[in-house]
Design a protein around this ligand. Structure first.
Ligand SMILES: NC(=O)c1ccc[n+]([C@@H]2O[C@H](COP(=O)([O-])OP(=O)(O)OC[C@H]3O[C@@H](n4cnc5c(N)ncnc54)[C@H](OP(=O)(O)O)[C@@H]3O)[C@@H](O)[C@H]2O)c1
Length: 284
C-alpha cells in the first residue's frame, strides 16, 4: 500500500513525508530533482517501478506573482502535467490526490466558499490551478482534489512560514491586514490526506484550519504564543499595511474563507482551530 508523493521537497510534501514516516505508512517521496511532474515517461516509469496504491501530487508552481509572467509554465505544471499524471494513474487503478487553492475564487462572497461556488480566479496562478482541478477530475473522476489556503509549516517559503523566522530577526513586522482567509497547517493537512485516502474520498473538497483571519491576525497570535512560550523574540511591533502597498504582480482575493463542512461531514472529524496549531509551529 505504498504512497508516492510528487513534489516531496515542498511544504506539504515534506509534512506528508514526516507524517507517513511517523505513521509507518510506506511511502516513496520524490522531490522535483528526483522526478519531474512534467516528464510523462519519467512519471509512467515511476508508477511502474514503485507500483503505488496512491499518488499524492504536492508538486506545483506556487510562486503566485511569477506565474503572471510565466503563464505557459504555470499551466503546464499546475494543469496539464497533473492531468496527465491522473490519467496515467487511472489506467493503472492507482488513486490520485491533487491539491488546489482558495485563489480560484474572486473574493466577492461574504460567507465561506463552498466547493460548488462559482470560481473566478483573479490571477494566472488561480486560473492554472482551476484548470488543473477540472482536467484532473476529467482525466480521473475518482481522483480527490483538495482546495487548501495559506499553507504554513516550519521551513516553508510562504509569508506565514517566514513570519516565524522574522519574529526572531525583526523589531517591526509590516503585515497586511486587509485580506481575510484561512490558513492550513501542513501537518494537519497531511493527517487529513491519510484519513481521506482511507475513506476513499473523491471529487472536490475544502480543507483548512478552522477560523478566519488576516495575515496581521496570524502575526499577532504568533507573537502572543511566542511570548507565552517564553521564546526570545525580537519583534516589538506589528505595523498593519495594505496589500496594495506591497505592489505584488498578481491580484489576490480579498476574501477567500473556505467552508470545510464537507470534509467534516465525510470524515466525522472537527478540524482544529488555527490558533491551536501555533505552539506546535513555534516548537518545531
Ligand atoms: N503554499 C500555499 O500557501 C498554498 C496555498 C493554497 C494551495 N497550495 C497548494 O498546495 C500544494 C502544495 O504546495 P506547497 O505549499 O507545499 O508549495 P511548495 O512548498 O512551493 O512546494 C511545491 C513543490 O513542488 C515542486 N515542483 C515544482 N514543479 C515541479 C515539477 N515540475 N515536478 C516536480 N516537482 C515540482 C517544487 O520544487 P522546486 O521548488 O524545486 O521547483 C516544490 O518542492 C500545491 O498544489 C499548491 O498549489 C499552496
Amino acid at each position: 500500500m505504498t504512497q508516492l508523493i510528487l513534489g516531496a521537497g515542498g511544504i506539504l510534501g515534506s509534512a506528508l513525508t514526516r507524517h507517513n514516516a511517523a505513521r509507518k505508512i510506506p511511502c516513496v517521496s520524490a522531490k522535483h530533482a528526483d522526478l519531474d511532474l512534467c516528464d510523462p515517461p519519467a512519471i509512467e516509469a515511476a508508477l511502474d517501478r514503485y507500483v503505488p496504491s496512491c499518488v499524492v501530487n504536492a508538486a506545483a508552481l506556487t510562486a503566485v506573482d511569477l506565474c503572471e509572467t510565466e503563464r505557459e509554465r504555470a499551466f503546464e505544471v499546475n494543469a496539464a502535467a497533473p492531468a496527465r499524471a491522473a490519467a496515467a494513474c487511472r489506467r493503472r487503478g492507482i488513486r490520485f490526490v491533487h491539491i488546489s487553492t482558495d485563489y480560484v475564487f474572486d473574493g466577492q462572497l461574504r460567507r465561506p466558499y463552498r466547493e460548488e461556488d462559482f470560481a473566478r480566479p483573479l490571477s494566472v496562478y488561480g486560473a492554472a490551478k482551476l484548470e488543473g482541478e477540472r482536467r484532473v477530475l476529467a482525466a480521473d473522476p475518482s481522483a480527490l482534489v483538495i482546495r487548501v489556503a495559506w499553507v504554513f509549516d516550519c521551513g516553508g517559503r510562504t509569508f506565514l512560514c517566514r513570519l516565524r523566522e522574522m519574529l526572531f530577526s525583526e523589531e517591526t513586522l509590516r503585515v497586511a491586514d486587509d485580506r481575510t482567509g484561512n490558513c492550513t497547517y501542513a501537518p494537519d493537512l497531511a493527517e487529513a490526506i491519510e484519513i481521506l485516502i482511507a475513506r476513499r474520498a473523491s471529487g472536490l473538497l475544502h480543507f483548512a484550519n478552522r477560523g478566519e483571519l488576516s495575515w496581521r491576525d496570524f502575526a499577532d497570535a504568533l507573537v502572543a504564543e511566542a511570548r507565552r512560550l517564553g521564546r526570545p523574540i525580537r519583534c516589538r511591533k506589528i505595523e498593519p499595511i495594505s496589500s496594495a502597498s506591497l505592489n505584488l504582480a498578481a491580484r489576490r482575493p480579498p476574501y477567500s474563507v473556505l467552508d470545510t463542512s464537507r470534509y467534516e461531514r465525510l470524515t466525522g472529524r472537527t478540524i482544529r482551530p488555527w490558533r491551536e496549531t501555533l505552539s506546535a509551529f513555534l516548537r518545531e
